[in-house]
Design a protein around this ligand. Structure first.
Ligand code: FMN
Length: 729
């Protein structure tokens, strides 16, 4: 080993926290690359910085010399007493073992499955912010969205997003300040949260193929289960790393759109450029400024000796602006090809969550374009400090699309909805409340048919469909019963926790995908809150004198809304599964005469069991209403095309639909907004007539006959089997 001086004079003045360089490090990085390619900083225990693209690539490709097994953040955010966070803070072969465990949760199929939920989160936040008045986009959109997506990813309530953000930010800020007491307290809070999550998932495991927490708890490495420390450390990585950088990238994206009308115009006109734009965005404003390694041996680089055991910052944000690697590196260039940036890292530790981050960014931009006519600055943006690169405050104006409202009202005279006030809220079971809605002036509400639902737009921007469950003869009120979803994405939890009598709500509809057809006999099958659309049906059938039976399934009676009223009728059988076990549906339905219509609503598992029990019945005997997508509904049918064209006959435009893009988004980007709400093919609000072409149906609303007829499509999820679809939109 050469005896090189380990002096720290060269680049000694490099301090990432000098006022300008902390928020806008471009100039400082350029100087480092040109003058001090191996620079030393005394702060935070001392570390060397590599700033040139080629050096960083070489270091990232050599995990033996540049180990990740020590802490990889600067300053260290895990704290002295905490275990390293696999797979980020492990070396081969352990790194590979952990990465293999986690890879499947970021695979394209899994990300595609999450897309409707991501889109709904984005649409809710963007719609609420798109008022035309100045809004602070970090507070209104970019801060919340990635944490809510992370919650969906981990199967935890979206309402925990804000808490996760606060805990993670406390860790960063305490580590940054070197405040060990606050750091320990912040760490303790985050680990207590993880412990509770792990305990909850041990008690109620979910599908390990789609739920990372259950997957980790059931996983084996070399035949042994993971230790509690290992599970917590992986979750800690996800909770800490899974949102902050995306918040920053999303902020930079909105800032770019607002400040660069030329780019906004071009992306709106050429949406296929959104994906390359994201790559360029991550290059120019690299949200993960750096990751650290520790040298396992003395290293000579650019006439300096870096001793074994030194902390090395791989400054991705600098590498991405290196003129030796990129022409005109400080310019955002939409046409930069190839774009070999290292914004998601490089080598074996390349960001595991990159596919999720890319999907989030793309969907957020698509939703911004779908909901707004234009995005413009409304004040001066502020840059966040170390370790972030991105805005901490971003005043913008999101001008809502006027055409969206026009198109909506053209399709549905009640597209904009009506204002209803909450006249009464009362519990009708554990975790189920009934809302009575009416107009302020007491006037009649639109009439409706049994099986119908309305879409309730909540004041915080979230809209959800709820079945009308009251009496149709009460013309001046509507009743809905809402069950609190333990994994609420912000709808039912808001209704339970925040709404009060007297609050005004926008309500759209009614709409009915579950109409009651005439028959001599009916069997109604409900599980849980799936009883709601059946209540008006039962009332109607009772009035007509037809024969009926109801089988109502629930875990415990206290959670079964309206059970007391229903059991007054001898036709009702309650199946309380905690007491009686699950009913044998095949047995229950065995004697049902062939002229009977069966109406079923409830959980996906329950409906799956009903469908299995009636699989041999003639088509049309079973009618189902789903509150969430049918499992497997998103699977492509035979002949499904990845890319195709949609002609919008009424609007006179033809839009390309690219792989992974929904028809509704492609239309939105072309300036034709088809009103949508759930974006997962369950609410039916985007239902559109098909004039020609063959749809590839992936919704959970249309019946088998409707699908076969091919006259309707739900463009939020469905696609095409022919190169062109013509829609009446
Ligand atoms: N959920 C209910 O609790 N009661 C209902 O009557 C009800 N009706 C629905 C009708 C339709 C057509 C659909 C698609 C869904 C219905 N849901 C109902 C589910 C809610 O819309 C929503 O998904 C649920 O409250 C969870 O939302 P959250 O995750 O935002 O809390």
């Amino acid at each position: 080993m050469a005896t090189m001086p380990t002096d720290t004079a060269v680049g000694e003045d490099w301090d990432p926290l000098t006022p300008g360089s902390e928020t806008e490090p471009t100039g400082a990085h350029r100087r480092l690359r040109e003058e001090h390619p191996v620079a030393f900083t005394r702060r935070w225990g001392g570390f060397y910085t590599l700033s040139r693209y080629s050096d960083i690539l070489a270091a990232a490709a050599d995990p033996v010399t540049y180990s990740s097994a020590q802490k990889t953040t600067i300053p260290d955010t895990t704290g002295p007493s905490r275990p390293p966070r696999p797979p980020l803070e492990t070396d081969p072969p352990r790194h590979g073992q952990f990465r293999t465990l986690l890879n499947k949760y970021f695979a394209p199929r899994r990300i595609r499955a999450l897309e409707p939920a991501i889109r709904r989160i984005a649409r809710d936040l963007v719609s609420a912010a798109a008022t035309g008045r100045p809004v602070e986009a970090v507070a209104e959109i970019t801060y919340a969205m990635p944490a809510q997506v992370l919650c969906t990813f981990l199967g935890i309530p979206a309402s925990d997003g804000a808490h996760i953000k606060t805990m993670a930010n406390e860790v960063l800020s305490a580590a940054h300040r070197g405040d060990t007491t606050a750091h320990k307290a912040a760490n303790d809070r985050i680990y207590a949260y993880i412990d509770a999550l792990v305990a909850q998932r041990r008690d109620a495991p979910q599908d390990p193929e789609s739920d990372p927490v259950s997957g980790l708890l059931q996983a084996r490495i070399d035949g042994r289960p993971l230790t509690t420390d290992e599970v917590s450390a992986v979750l800690r990585l996800l909770l800490q790393a899974g949102h902050g950088t995306t918040t920053n990238a999303l902020g930079s994206a909105i800032r770019l759109l607002a400040e660069r009308p030329d780019i906004q115009r071009r992306l709106r006109a050429e949406p296929h450029l959104i994906a390359p734009a994201i790559e360029e965005l991550v290059r120019v404003w690299t949200p993960a400024r750096l990751l650290a390694r520790t040298t396992t041996r003395d290293v000579e680089l650019h006439d300096r000796l870096i001793p074994a055991g030194s902390k090395i910052a791989l400054m991705w944000s600098s590498a991405n602006r290196d003129a030796d690697a990129f022409d005109d590196p400080d310019t955002f260039d939409l046409d930069r090809r190839p774009n070999r940036h290292v914004g998601f890292g490089h080598g074996i530790h390349t960001c595991l969550g990159a596919p999720l981050a890319r999907a989030e960014l793309r969907i957020a931009i698509e939703e911004l374009f779908a909901v707004t006519e234009w995005i413009e600055p409304a004040g001066t943006a502020e840059d966040a400090g170390w370790p972030h690169i991105g805005p901490s405050a971003l005043p913008v104006r999101l001008l809502p699309r006027r055409r969206a409202l026009d198109t909506a009202s053209a399709r549905d005279p009640r597209g904009e909805g009506l204002t209803a006030t909450i006249q009464q809220i009362r519990p009708v079971a554990d975790d189920v409340v009934e809302l009575v809605l009416g107009r302020v002036d007491g006037a009649d509400l639109p009439s409706w048919s049994a099986g119908a639902h309305v879409e309730i737009a909540l004041p915080h921007g979230v809209s959800r469909p709820y079945s009308l469950c009251g009496d149709r003869s009460e013309r001046d009120t509507w009743r809905v019963a809402v069950q609190r979803d333990p994994h609420s994405r912000g709808g039912s939890s808001y209704i339970h926790d925040t709404l009060r009598v007297g609050d005004a709500l926008t309500v759209r509809g009614p709409r009915n995908h579950f109409p009651l057809a005439a028959a001599q006999r009916y069997v109604f099958l409900a599980s849980g809150v799936g009883i709601t659309p059946l209540l008006p049906m039962i009332r109607q059938v009772r009035d007509t004198g037809a024969s009926w039976q109801l089988h109502y399934v629930g875990r415990v009676r206290e959670r079964m809304a309206y059970a007391d009223v229903l059991t007054r009728h001898p036709q009702t059988t309650l199946h309380v599964t905690a007491v009686d076990g699950r009913p044998d549906l095949a047995e229950l339905l065995r004697e049902v005469p062939t002229d009977t219509l069966v109406y079923a609503c409830g959980s996906p598992e329950f409906l799956g069991a009903v469908e299995a029990a009636t699989a041999h019945w003639p088509r049309g005997s079973l009618v189902v209403e789903r509150f969430s997508p049918r499992p497997g509904a998103d699977r492509p049918g035979a002949d499904a095309l990845e890319a195709f064209e949609v002609e919008l006959a009424r609007s006179g435009v033809t839009v390309p639909v690219v792989p992974g893009q929904s028809i509704i988004d492609a239309c939105g980007l072309a300036g034709v907004t088809v009103p949508g709400s759930c974006f997962e093919g369950t609410c039916g609000s985007c239902e559109t007539p098909v004039l020609s072409g063959v749809p590839d149906h992936r919704d959970s609303v249309l019946t088998a006959e409707e699908r076969d007829r091919g006259e309707l499509i739900l463009p939020c999820v469905s696609r095409s089997r022919t190169p062109r679809l013509t829609l009446d939109a």
